[in-house]
Design a protein around this ligand. Structure first.
Ligand code: HEC
Length: 129
């Protein structure tokens, strides 16, 4: 009797261990400073794919100017909520990313797909702010 129930408990202990390992990994990533903040995991345990794509684009194309966390630098600060005043609707923000702005903000319409521009816009709005 006892060995059977012990065996039955084993998988759930493994699950607990891997969840704990993932949690430790997430904390380690978040605190390492060199990489863009992680996309939160939804209630179903999955990461929103478009947001995940947005995070990749952010790290590869935007963070160098705007800072890993959107804290600003050569590019405008994007983590202080101002983006919602500048662009209450995401569409106009996406248009700026596609067309560029002023002297410093490059146009990404030729190099990023519409989905990538949407992803990176949502990442700025939902994760960095
Ligand atoms: C070469 C540096 C540089 C890169 C790379 C860059 N930006 Fe910018 N960005 C700027 C500068 C400079 C401004 C301020 C432009 C202005 O107001 O004239 C800006 C402004 C913005 C704004 C504010 C737009 C507004 O309406 O005022 C957003 C949003 C933005 N960038 C998003 C992004 C995203 C997303 C990426 C990556 C796909 C990116 N930027 C890549 C330099 C950069």
């Amino acid at each position: 009797m006892a060995p059977t129930s012990a065996r039955r408990r084993a998988p759930s202990a493994n699950v607990v261990a891997s969840v704990a390992a993932i949690a430790v990994g997430v904390v380690a990533l978040a605190s390492c400073g060199g990489s863009a903040p992680d996309v939160p995991v939804g209630p179903d345990g999955d990461v929103d794919a478009v947001l995940g794509l947005g995070r990749e684009i952010w790290g590869a194309r935007c963070a160098a100017c705007h800072g890993t966390d959107g804290q600003g630098g050569r590019g405008k600060k994007l983590d202080d909520g101002q983006i919602f005043e500048l662009h209450p609707e995401i569409e106009t923000m996406m248009a700026v990313i596609a067309n560029g702005k002023g002297r410093g903000m490059p146009a990404f319409g030729e190099v990023l797909s519409a989905e990538e521009i949407e992803g990176v816009s949502r990442y700025v709005r939902d994760v960095l702010n």
